[in-house]
Design a binder for this molecule. Structure first.
Ligand code: DX5
Ligand code: ZN
Length: 222
């Protein structure tokens, strides 16, 4: 089953609650929540209080992607604010500290994830693979929505899927960046089962048709 995770980064921030409800009724399973600190990536988005507010009104699975330095400092706060899954970048701290972060997330009853930037090889995942519910392979440089899919990441997605099949076959494999109706089938064919999409969902007026197109279905006639 393919899971669609629209990135709220591309939503209308003046109407966040309505935007979340709109993608839920349009068929999305997850809400992808992109946190940026202006240090790990050259952009600043939103954080803990925004997640807490969205959590109050939305039943969507909150998929929190932390693009922040030393995430160990903040994983507890994001879990307590309502994250269902917290994803940390392998590049954001030492493996030792990231393992501690994953342990904290799990101890708080949430799901765990690790993320790779495009330049980071699949092998960097090795210390984490037994302890995660999701691996996220970035298919753009993190920091901004609306960039073009990096086709050279498809081999890495295949490699990660093969590694997971060996040590943690139930682990999800998410892709993030430049996913649209043309690139989604390539990512799925390479082994991804969770698709993040910002502009390809929030940039469209008919979100149900946009989500159906990502799954490879024709838009319903209306
Ligand atoms: C980029 C973010 C993505 C981004 C995706 O740093 O992690 O989640 O919002 O946006 P699109 O789908 O427009 O590439
Ligand atoms: Zn993201």
């Amino acid at each position: 089953m393919i899971i669609i995770a629209p990135s709220i980064l591309s939503a209308d921030f003046a109407r966040l609650g309505e935007e979340a409800e709109d993608i839920r009724t349009a068929g999305a399973e997850y809400l992808h929540f992109d946190v940026m600190d202006g240090l790990f990536v050259p952009n600043i988005s939103f954080g803990i209080p925004v997640l807490r507010s969205l959590r109050k009104t939305s039943g969507l699975f909150m998929d929190v992607h932390l693009m922040i330095d030393r995430p160990l400092r903040y994983v507890r706060a994001f879990c307590e604010a309502g994250a269902d899954l917290v994803n940390v970048h392998v590049e954001a701290d030492s493996a030792e500290n990231n393992l501690l972060a994953l342990e904290q997330i799990r101890a708080l009853g949430r799901k765990t994830g690790v993320t790779l930037k495009p330049g980071t090889p699949a092998e960097a995942l090795e210390p984490f693979l037994p302890f995660v519910d999701m691996v996220l392979v970035m298919t753009v440089e993190p920091g901004f929505g609306g960039q073009s899919f990096m086709f050279d990441q498809l081999d890495k997605i295949r490699r990660v899927r093969a590694m997971l099949d060996e040590v943690n076959p139930r682990c999800g494999l998410e892709v993030d960046g430049g996913i649209n109706a043309e690139t989604a089938p390539l990512a799925i064919e390479a082994g991804a089962n969770i698709l993040v999409a910002g502009s390809a969902v929030f940039g469209k007026s008919d979100r149900a048709a946009a989500i159906a197109a990502l799954r490879g279905h024709q838009a319903e006639w209306r």
